[in-house]
Design a binder for this molecule. Structure first.
Ligand SMILES: Cc1cc2nc3c(=O)[nH]c(=O)nc-3n(C[C@H](O)[C@H](O)[C@H](O)COP(=O)(O)OP(=O)(O)OC[C@H]3O[C@@H](n4cnc5c(N)ncnc54)[C@H](O)[C@@H]3O)c2cc1C
Length: 472
């Protein structure tokens, strides 16, 4: 019998497998796709490399940072960050710089934004109101004009629900520490001194794409004589009371396999893991699962001639465009482009499975994305060479008002298990980034190894987003 069975070879599952095997444990990591890396995987196509969407690695956790540096080793790059916002036919620096913003929105709007900010700041000083939803949080912090101009459309594109239904805690996590005054100060100081969270101007990146870290981690696990099996979808989790005994897997050829283990860690979406339980969980737990929603993601990946823009990625706030972001991986690492004359671009759409974007054929999506690019970069011809589409289900847990009470029901049932830990982002229904996902895997592994009792649910709980702290 294996010491541990790990569901999913994304960042959290591979970190768990790496830590277990570092201590000599025997594990199997089971991955339903045909490659490792999960949402942070890198896919080869026509001589280029594409990530699912832009993946910037940043962490305040020194252990996770060291792991990243040690594993990526000779392939580590420090990439200068250039990201802009596209809004009403104009490109705005992100982070905002005063002159660029002033010329972009015009003097009258800039004054209106500043006055609305002063108004919000005064209101918050005189009678502070605890924000409940995203709209209230941002309006309290920046004023209603800046919220309407720069936050509302993009956020609603990403989440597919009104900002009034998104919990304030997500805003706190995402943009904590940033205020209008601080942003202006940062711009005037030209990045000197302490940097606030969203203003980090350089990031670490593996030469061959975000997924290279995970390919290397999987290799380490295999080098220690353990299995990382791709094309293995876990379908069922057999339990006796509150102890998991085995998982049943389909190997893609329709053959069934069963893996028994002493301990189980799962990065499959939390709702799916609970539904896999045999016997089924209590009705209240199933009902809580069915009340949670995930947002799905469609990446249109295009190899094009030339370099249409110098940014790593551009946030597309403009309502006239369906795309939310466009990335050029050549601007992350030249090694991701076949040669200097081409760019691997990814155009991102956020959807709910089954909606119009999700249902379009790959050819339609590629044409649609090329049409949006042509409209955005007027006068620049972006000659397409080839392309492909990746649809990722359950890419973002929807942190909508009221979600926490459902999580509490599921969590309190799962907490009773002797040998099971949900890990990662979709696995714990948390807005976890790579570093958080890795940390949950490491902590779950240490618990499984008997090195102490660690609680992966506490990772990322201080609501400080990964852009926090000083740039490294
Ligand atoms: C578009 C986009 C952009 C992002 N940008 C950033 C960024 O800039 N910086 C950052 O740090 N993070 C970013 N992230 C987040 C990052 O991708 C995740 O935090 C990370 O991938 C989570 O790792 P995980 O192991 O928890 O989950 P996943 O990456 O989802 O891995 C889970 C794995 O489990 C597998 N699986 C699921 N069900 C089963 C089953 N039944 N049987 C077997 N295998 C199964 C899946 O196929 C998957 O490979 C981004 C995410 C997206 C979608």
């Amino acid at each position: 019998m294996l010491d541990a069975v790990i569901v999913g070879a994304g960042p959290s599952g591979l970190a768990a497998g790496y830590e277990m095997t570092r201590h000599g444990a025997r594990v199997a990591v089971l991955e339903r796709l045909d490659r490792v890396g999960g949402l942070a995987r890198t896919m080869p196509h026509d001589g280029c490399l594409f990530d699912i969407g832009p993946h910037r690695f940043f962490t305040k956790n020194e252990e996770v940072r060291q792991l990243f540096v040690d594993i990526v080793a000779e392939d580590l790059l420090r990439v200068p960050r250039l990201t802009r916002i596209y809004y009403r036919n104009k490109f705005f620096n992100y982070p905002l710089t005063p002159l660029n913003a002033l010329f972009g929105v015009g003097v009258a709007s800039s004054v209106a934004i500043f006055l609305s900010y002063l108004n919000a700041a005064a209101r918050q000083t005189i009678s502070p109101v605890e924000p409940v939803n995203f709209e209230q949080w941002v309006t309290n912090q920046f004023g209603s004009r800046l919220y309407e101009t720069f936050f509302k459309t993009y956020t609603e594109k990403v989440w597919g629900i009104p900002c009034t239904q998104i919990g304030a805690d997500w805003a706190g996590q995402r943009i904590k520490g940033l205020s209008l005054i601080a942003a202006v100060q940062n711009a005037l100081l030209n990045g000197k001194g302490n940097k606030i969270k969203t203003l980090v101007d350089e990031f670490l990146f593996p030469r061959l794409g975000a997924g290279q870290l995970y390919e290397k981690l999987a290799q380490r696990i295999e080098d220690r004589g353990n299995t990382v099996a791709v094309g293995r979808k876990v379908l069922r989790m057999n339990r006796e009371g509150l102890r998991v005994r085995s998982v049943e897997v389909c190997d893609g050829q329709g053959r069934a396999e069963e893996y028994e283990g002493g301990y189980f860690m799962s990065s499959a979406p939390l709702t799916e893991m609970v539904e896999m339980m045999n016997p089924a969980p209590p009705d209240a737990v199933l009902a809580a699962c069915r009340s949670l929603r995930y947002r799905d993601h469609v990446g249109v990946h295009l190899k094009v001639e030339g370099t249409p823009f110098p940014d790593n990625w551009i946030y597309v706030h403009d309502k006239r465009f369906r795309m939310a972001r466009i990335a050029n991986f050549r601007n992350f690492s030249h090694a991701m482009a076949e040669h200097d004359g081409v760019s691997p671009l990814t155009v991102e759409y956020f959807t709910f499975k089954g909606d119009d974007t999700w249902r379009r054929s790959d050819e339609e999506l590629i044409d649609f994305a090329l049409g949006e690019i042509a409209q955005m970069f007027v006068g620049k011809t972006t000659r397409p060479i080839s392309g492909f589409v990746v649809r990722s289900e359950k890419a973002y847990p929807v942190i909508e008002l009221g979600f926490q009470k459902h999580i509490d029901v599921i969590k309190s049932w799962l907490d009773g298990f002797e040998n099971l830990k949900p890990i990662g982002r979709s696995g714990m229904f948390k807005y976890n980034n790579q570093d958080h996902a890795i940390a949950t895997g490491l902590l779950a592994a240490r618990t499984a190894l008997g090195l102490g009792k660690y609680d992966p649910w506490l990772v990322n709980i201080d609501a400080e987003y990964h852009e926090a702290g000083e740039s490294k």
